[in-house]
Ligand binder design. Structure first.
Ligand code: ADP
Ligand code: MG
Length: 685
């Protein structure tokens, strides 16, 4: 018997070369193999008669080989084998390309089950390269629910199928057990044996569902436990306790009342920071919900206690904007703010660094320049990371290293369903701002086709005549190699807009490839109202505040994700003017139209996010590899929400009972947790 940790190379029929291919697929051990679950299933259970075959459909037929197969050599590298098979009433012609072995495998007069796509014409059905097996041995490739595995070139479905059967046999029923028996029983989950056998080779779809449920639960349970363990490790570092101050001094600075949701979030933050354990909190709120004020309150409390804060944002423009507004806000109290970005002159940079090091500056606002070499703080007690989904986990970690166990506050405007937030940020506490400041009007959103272009231009002109400003966003995939093409077309587009369509208006262009200095100049010009129309790539996606902008036009909207479009839409409707968002549907067709129409129906970022998540899955949702989550074998974060809730509850209970997983009943779990953490060092922070 092989152990679960034995290399797949030692399996019959694998060896060096195939072993390498499997390794490429992440399958190194027997355990990896049997945990590589099918990505789909084909129902091949029903046997049809030849005369009832439907063209275009895949089906199984039971038939007798009528005459010896005939192979002809067409040209070098192409042999064709033809064979006719029959049942009681009809004949089926079968063609195989380059499969000489069928000549001997199909014996005239014997019965076989064939599975393939039905082709040919009426009265003369045909199949090409069907799979087949002897009637008396059928049930492996045909007459079954057939598992479909992900493959790599050189590994076929048939081979995977054989390997998997062999793999399960090698285990002799000792499949990986990760759940403590107590949990398995409490949640009424299937045994491993049943689960592994039925996830690969289900006898019925009902059995498959029972098996799947257990394995999904198990995977999410192990993940939740791992995240909890990681988190416990982190909090060993002591932070600086910040006494909870009387909030009125802060609120007196504000020209408005805080919303209840803001107050609640500030409360959470102040409470967290008052302890020695460093805060790890995520503030989640839709665009425009006023997250900045929560961060400002935190920085203020830290200042009152005599320490420094760092406020990290993803773009230079945003850094400037936050810097200006914080400086203004805090001036009456004498709080000293500095700006630190990449485009700062040498002298200004040196001065900022000196102040941070000496402690003569209280709050540093900046881009990732804040975490660059040579930046040191005298007494950093709080780090705020705005729009956190744009920062890699490493960057967050690098900033944490600048202080001794500083409190960390991350803010995200990508609203994600709460359960998902809990698992993605399983290491963070979460506050949700689910309320917009009063008086915000909904942004009316329209999805239009090319035929509406002239009317859209007329509408732009009308708004500009009323004194408003307009964003026009074009998709430019700046990080792509072919980004230059996109860039060219954006430039051309802006040029023609300015020359041919609005020669009398001020049209400016901003894109990601511009020097920061130029970018900032164009953005400030727009923010100051000197430009009527700003053509932009998605660099404006995050955070910029231009209250006079009342229209967001998006070209080729089909090339954006829903959440991203929602962010873009959030750039307007921030002032007192009725605002609009117009999406040109692009070339995406009906599917894109259906997807985009979700935005017209709702202004609620959480609803948009759910839809987005449902359609695209978590990988794309967060951007490549930024989710901080390992790849899942079987669980889907969108579709398995209810199981996720239960798995998290079970993980919480288990970890409360046995925080270090030292109890005998949790031994398997502990091994799995260690394995998961080990395998995903780079993914988790
Ligand atoms: P986001 O959550 O998108 O970061 P901001 O913090 O930028 O939102 O706030 C958006 C706008 O709303 C800003 O102009 C801010 O001054 C304003 N604002 C924030 N809180 C309130 C409030 N309680 N009442 C009125 N306006 C508010
Ligand atoms: Mg913001």
């Amino acid at each position: 018997m092989m152990s679960l940790d034995t290399s797949v190379r030692y399996m019959r029929g694998v060896g060096e070369a195939r072993g390498k291919l499997l390794e490429k697929m992440g399958i190194e051990t027997l355990r990896d193999l049997i945990m590589d679950f099918p990505r789909a299933y084909e129902d091949r259970r029903q046997i049809k008669t030849i005369s009832s075959l439907v063209f275009g459909e895949s089906a199984c037929v039971l038939a007798t080989v009528a005459a010896p197969p005939q192979t002809s050599h067409i040209r070098r590298g192409l042999d064709v084998t033809k064979v006719n098979v029959v049942d009681d009433k009809a004949r089926l012609s079968i063609t195989f390309f380059n499969q000489d072995y069928v000549k001997n495998a199909l014996v005239p007069g014997n019965d076989y089950v064939f599975f393939g796509r039905v082709e040919g014409r009426i009265g003369a059905p045909a199949m090409t390269n069907p799979v087949f097996e002897k009637a008396e041995n059928s049930g492996v490739l045909t007459k079954c629910i057939f598992p479909v595995y992900r493959l790599t070139s050189g590994i076929s479905q048939g081979m995977m199928n054989r390997l998997m059967r062999q793999g399960l046999r090698e285990c002799e029923g000792n499949y990986p057990e990760q759940l403590p028996e107590r949990v398995r029983a409490e949640y009424e989950l299937a045994q491993t044996r049943f689960s592994y056998e039925n996830i690969h080779f289900p006898k019925s779809f009902e059995d498959l569902e029972v098996a799947r449920k257990r394995l999904v639960f198990e995977e999410l349970f192990v993940l939740s436990c791992s995240l909890k363990i990681l988190r416990e490790k982190r909090v060993e570092k002591n932070g600086v306790g910040i006494p909870v101050p009387e909030l009125t001094e802060f609120t007196d600075l504000l020209p408005f009342e805080l919303t209840e949701a803001q107050k609640q979030a500030i409360d959470d933050v102040l409470k967290d920071m008052s302890g020695e354990k460093p805060m790890s909190r995520l503030i989640q709120g839709d665009v425009g919900s006023g997250k900045t004020m929560v961060a400002a309150a935190a920085c203020w409390a830290v200042w009152k206690a005599g320490h420094q804060s760092a406020f990290m944002v993803p773009t230079e423009i945003l850094a400037r904007q936050h810097y200006e507004s914080m400086k203004q806000l805090f001036q009456p109290l004498g709080i000293r703010t500095v700006l630190l970005t990449g485009s700062l002159g040498i002298k200004a940079r040196r001065e900022a660094l000196r102040q941070l090091e000496e402690g003569t500056a209280d709050i540093a606002i900046g881009t990732h320049a804040l975490i660059s070499e040579g930046v040191s703080f005298r007494d950093l007690a709080l780090i705020v990371a705005d729009e956190q989904h744009r920062f890699g986990v490493q960057q967050r970690a690098a900033l944490t290293d600048k202080g001794t166990g500083p409190h960390v506050l991350v803010m995200s405007a990508t609203p994600i369903p709460r359960t998902l937030a809990l698992i993605v940020y399983g290491d963070l506490d979460v506050s949700i701002i689910d309320q917009l400041p009063p008086g915000r009007e909904k942004v009316d959103t329209f999805l239009v086709g090319e035929n509406m272009r002239q009317r859209v231009y007329n509408f732009i002109r009308k708004l500009v005549e009323q004194g408003r400003q307009v964003f026009i966003v074009c998709p430019a995939v700046e990080e792509n190699e072919d980004g230059s093409e996109d860039l060219k077309s954006v430039k051309k587009y802006a040029e023609s807009l300015s020359k041919d369509v609005f020669p009398d208006l001020k049209v400016a262009l901003v894109h990601g490839r511009m020097k920061s200095k130029d970018k900032n100049a164009v953005m400030s010009d727009f923010a100051d109202g000197n430009t009527n129309i700003l053509v932009a790539t998605t660099v404006i996606e995050v955070g910029v505040d231009v209250p006079n902008a009342a229209l967001m036009v998006v070209e080729n909207a089909d090339r954006f994700g829903l959440s991203q479009l929602h962010q873009l839409r959030g750039r307007v409707g921030r002032g007192k003017f009725k605002s609009y968002c117009i999406l040109f549907e692009g070339a995406g067709g009906a599917a894109a139209r259906e997807r985009l129409s979700a935005l017209c129906r709702t202004n609620d970022g959480f609803k948009v996010a759910e839809e987005d998540l449902r359609i695209r899955g978590p990988g794309d949702f967060f951007g490549s590899r930024q989710s901080g989550l390992p790849d899942m074998h079987i669980a889907g974060f969108a579709s398995d929400m209810d199981i996720l809730v239960k798995a998290q509850e079970a993980a919480k209970k288990t970890m409360e009972m046995d925080p270090e997983l030292q109890m005998e009943e949790n031994r398997n779990l502990k091994n799995s947790v260690n394995r998961l953490i080990d395998k995903n060092r780079g993914t988790f922070n």
